[in-house]
Design a protein around this ligand. Structure first.
Ligand SMILES: Cc1ncc(COP(=O)(O)O)c(C=O)c1O
Length: 264
C-alpha cells in the first residue's frame, strides 16, 4: 500500500514510499543519473506525453527522489481520510531547499495583481521573499496578526485579490502558533487557498491536512531529515491534478529540484 495506512507512524517513517526495484535492494538506492535511456523513439514519445510511466531527465524526476516524496506524502496523510471516507492521498514534490518549495508554491498560486495574506511571525527568508522579491513580480503581501480572527475575516472579505493564505506554525524563531482550522475556514469562505509551513512541528505532531488546508511545505533541512546532512524542501498538495499540472510545471521550470543524494 503506497500510503501505508495499515502500519504505525514509526514504521511508515521507514517503509512508506518504498518500492522494490529490479535488483531487490532492501532500501532505495541512490540513482545517480542525470538522464535516462529510451528503448526506441516511440518509447520516448510515450514517456514525454505521459502515456507510459518512467524517467526522462533528472530535473523532472528521479527514483530516489520520488520514493522520498511518496514517504513524506504518506506521513502527512497518515490516518487521515478524504471527503469520500477513503485514506487521504497526497502528492509531494521534493525541492532543493525550503525556499525553493515556497517559491514554487507562491508562483504556482499567485500572479501579478494578486495578493498573499500572511501572519506577522515568519521565518526570515520567507519574510524577505515576500518583502523583496514578490513585489517585483507584481505580487503584494498583506501581513497581519492571525490571532485577530475578526480582522482576518474583514481583510479576506474586502479583498478578492487575495488568492493564498500562508501560515507558518509554530513559527521560526518565535514559536508563535496559528489556529489552522479557524484561518482555513475563513480563507475557504473567500475562495482562497491555504498553505502551511509545517517545518517545526513535522507530521508526527501536526497534520494541517486534517484541518482542510490545500498545501503543506517543509524545510526538510530541519526535523524532517533530522540528520543535519542535507538542505531540502518539500511541497505537498491535496489537489492531485493541480499538483501534477501547474505545480509540476513551476517546479520543473523554476529548476528547484532536489537530487538523489539529498533525497537518500
Ligand atoms: C520554518 C522555516 N521555513 C522555511 C525555511 C527555509 O528553508 P531552507 O533553509 O531549507 O531553504 C526555514 C529555514 O530555516 C524555516 O525554519
Amino acid at each position: 500500500m503506497k500510503n501505508n495506512q495499515h502500519i504505525g507512524f514509526g514504521s511508515s517513517c521507514v517503509h512508506a514510499g518504498f518500492e522494490v526495484e529490479q535488483h531487490h535492494s532492501h532500501i532505495t538506492p541512490i540513482y545517480a543519473s542525470s538522464t535516462y535511456l529510451f528503448d526506441s523513439a516511440e518509447h520516448a514519445v510515450n514517456l514525454f506525453t505521459g502515456k507510459e510511466k518512467g524517467y526522462i531527465y533528472g530535473r523532472f524526476g528521479n527514483p530516489t527522489t520520488n520514493q522520498t516524496e511518496d514517504k513524506i506524502a504518506a506521513l502527512e496523510a497518515y490516518g487521515l481520510k478524504d471527503e469520500a471516507g477513503e485514506p487521504l492521498v497526497l502528492k509531494a514534490i521534493l525541492h532543493a531547499s525550503g525556499m525553493a518549495a515556497i517559491t514554487t508554491l507562491l508562483l504556482a498560486n499567485v500572479s501579478a495583481g494578486e495578493k498573499v495574506l500572511t501572519n506577522l511571525s515568519l521565518y526570515g527568508g520567507t519574510q524577505e521573499l515576500v518583502d523583496k522579491v514578490l513585489p517585483g513580480l507584481g505580487i503584494e503581501t498583506i501581513i497581519t496578526d492571525f490571532k485577530d480572527l475578526n480582522n482576518v475575516a474583514e481583510i479576506l472579505k474586502n479583498d478578492p485579490s487575495i488568492k493564498l493564505v500562508y501560515i507558518e506554525t509554530p513559527a521560526n524563531p518565535t514559536l508563535q502558533c496559528v489556529d489552522i482550522e479557524a484561518i482555513t475556514l475563513l480563507a475557504h469562505q473567500n475562495a482562497c487557498k491555504v498553505a502551511v509551513d509545517n517545518t517545526f512541528a513535522t507530521p508526527y505532531l501536526q497534520q494541517p491536512f486534517r484541518f482542510g488546508v490545500d498545501f503543506v511545505m517543509h524545510s526538510t533541512t530541519k526535523f524532517l531529515n533530522g540528520h543535519g546532512t542535507a538542505i531540502g524542501g518539500v511541497l505537498i498538495g491535496r489537489d492531485i491534478p493541480f499538483m501534477q499540472t501547474k505545480v509540476t510545471k513551476h517546479h520543473r521550470l523554476l529548476g528547484g529540484n532536489s537530487n538523489a543524494f539529498d533525497a537518500f
